[in-house]
Design a protein around this ligand. Structure first.
Ligand code: NAD
Length: 480
């Protein structure tokens, strides 16, 4: 076993924490690393350091901050391969998926570097007033010390979506990665440390939700918490933040739909259904786990989907022809199998999958799973499964499909497959979702917002909205 890694970085220095946690490779169930993680004491010290650093960091120009963000993008780019390896071994995701993650991180830091560089020209812009007796200017200022709490399914990506805009805005940060997947964030922290940020601007405290996340959300000096994770924990974060009237932005769960309309290209529909259901072993807030298919296509679509799902090669993330890797840990593996079993008990018809692949004795693997005849009141239809499980349901009319897709307490994303521009545009406009893809895989650009309707989110990440989350608006009015 290698040495214990320091999982706490405060005021420009690495430190041991107060407890050692094991990090597991979900494809082999072997221990990958040991990390010394922090607790409430480390959180207090990290917020001390961030508060002290904020005084000068808030005064830096956008150009200065942009230059540092560009160095982070450069550092991640130089370490693309090792970062991919770390993500695959800690997450169980195939190497090619880890590559997509790392590229997204680079694109996000580059985007916010450009945004930061453009901020100086926009600062102090005059505001037109209806009276010559006064003049006014508008300032956008960093909101202060911010706490960033992220989950395990896209480590580094969810971090980059918060960290890059927070630093671009001029905030100082305390980052808490998932205790399940700290390794990529630890490496990202080393890259940030090497980029030359002033001490205390970026702080990292690895640890559990209760030991680190909860005190971070409660600290009265933290101006804002940006959280991505489950709805259950999102509620707890909001409750703690409420005690000090802290701003919160939340990226939570989803139960999204893929709509296959009557004139859809079936091959494309099957490919997009598999992408939306089985990428990252289905552990995506944006999983399109409800697949709604026009009656006229349903039989043919199901046949092709089953054949494709059965052919997906589930394997170790480093295997050459792997298409789907492992689930994150034993708890998630058992949770997903439990959902599958309860779905069958509720009367849903299991078309394929639903179990671990026969050739894999170790690791948290589940075969791509497809259900039909899923009761509309079942947990399988309504809850986020967060595993490789699709529920397919035929529909008779476009209105019915839209109503089924919108009938959810979530509203994160949706996908539509159809050859008609007019129909897809109409359907996209009718869907209650923060992102709609038409005939497209789940591409995400830093320029477009991420977040959803209803219980999926509060606020939006990425784009100018992701920056605004970390800014206060100030107007200065002068009398003449
Ligand atoms: P989780 O809610 O269990 O944990 C998320 C983070 O919160 C972790 O770092 C965890 O340690 C921390 N945490 C746990 N308890 C806490 C507490 N009491 N106070 C403060 N922090 C606490 O989620 P997870 O299992 O890591 O991730 C899966 C969930 O994340 C899914 O529900 C998924 O939909 C959601 N997710 C959403 C998005 C999005 O953009 N909407 C993206 C990725 C994941």
């Amino acid at each position: 076993m290698s040495a214990v890694l320091n999982g706490v970085y405060i005021d420009g220095a690495w430190r041991a924490g107060h407890e050692v946690l094991e990090v597991i490779n979900p494809a082999t169930e072997a221990c990958l690393a040991q990390v010394s993680v922090g607790d409430a004491r480390a959180v207090t010290q990290a917020v001390d350091a961030a508060s002290a650093a904020f005084i000068d960091w808030a005064k830096t120009t956008g150009r200065e901050r942009g230059a540092l963000l560009r160095k982070v993008a450069q550092g991640v780019s130089e370490q693309r391969e090792p970062l991919m390896q770390l993500q695959s071994s800690n997450n169980g995701k195939p190497l090619f998926e880890a590559g997509i993650d790392v590229d997204d991180v680079i694109a996000t830091f580059e985007y916010y570097a450009t945004v930061a560089e453009g901020m100086d020209a926009a600062q102090d812009c005059p505001v037109a007033l209806p009276s010559d007796a006064f003049s006014a200017r508008l300032r956008r200022e960093p909101c202060g010390v911010v706490g960033l709490i992220v989950p395990w399914n896209f480590p580094m990506v969810t971090t980059a979506w918060k960290l890059a805009p927070a630093l671009a805005a001029g905030c100082c940060v305390v980052l808490k990665p998932s205790e399940v997947t700290p390794l990529a964030e630890l490496q990202l922290a080393r890259i940030i440390a090497a980029a030359g940020f002033p001490a205390g601007v970026f702080n990292l405290v690895c640890g559990t939700g209760l030991a680190v996340g909860a005190p971070l959300a409660a600290d009265r000096r933290v101006a804002k918490i940006s959280f991505t994770g489950s709805n259950a924990v999102g509620v707890q974060v909001m409750q703690r933040a409420a005690e000090t009237i802290k701003g919160v932005s939340l990226e939570l769960g989803g139960k999204s739909s893929l709509l296959v309309l009557a004139d859809a290209d079936l091959d494309l529909a099957v490919e997009l259904a598999c992408g939306g259901g089985f990428f990252n072993a289905g552990q995506m807030c944006s999983a399109t786990s409800r697949v709604l298919v026009a009656d006229s296509l349903a039989d043919e679509f199901l046949q092709r989907l089953q054949a494709r799902a059965d052919s997906i090669r589930v394997a170790d993330p480093f295997a050459e022809d792997v298409e789907m890797g492992a689930l994150i840990n034993r708890a998630q593996y058992q949770r997903v199998l439990g959902h599958i079993q309860r779905g069958v008990e509720a009367g849903a018809r299991l078309l394929c999958g639903g179990e671990r692949p026969a050739n894999l004795a170790k690791g948290y693997f589940i075969r791509p799973t497809v259900f039909t005849d899923v009761p509309l009141n079942s947990a399988l239809w309504n809850e986020e499964i967060f595993g490789p499980v699709l529920c397919v349901r035929p529909f008779a009319t476009e209105q019915e499909a839209v109503a089924l897709a919108n009938d959810s307490e979530f509203g994160l994303v949706a996908s539509v497959v159809s050859r008609s521009v007019e129909t897809t545009e109409r359907v996209a406009n009718a869907l209650q979702a923060g992102m709609v893809w038409i005939n497209a895989p789940q591409v995400i650009f830093p320029q477009t917002a991420w977040g959803g309707y209803k219980q999926s989110s509060i606020g939006r990440e990425l784009g100018p909205w992701g920056l605004a989350t970390f800014q206060e608006i100030k107007h200065v009015i002068r009398s003449h």
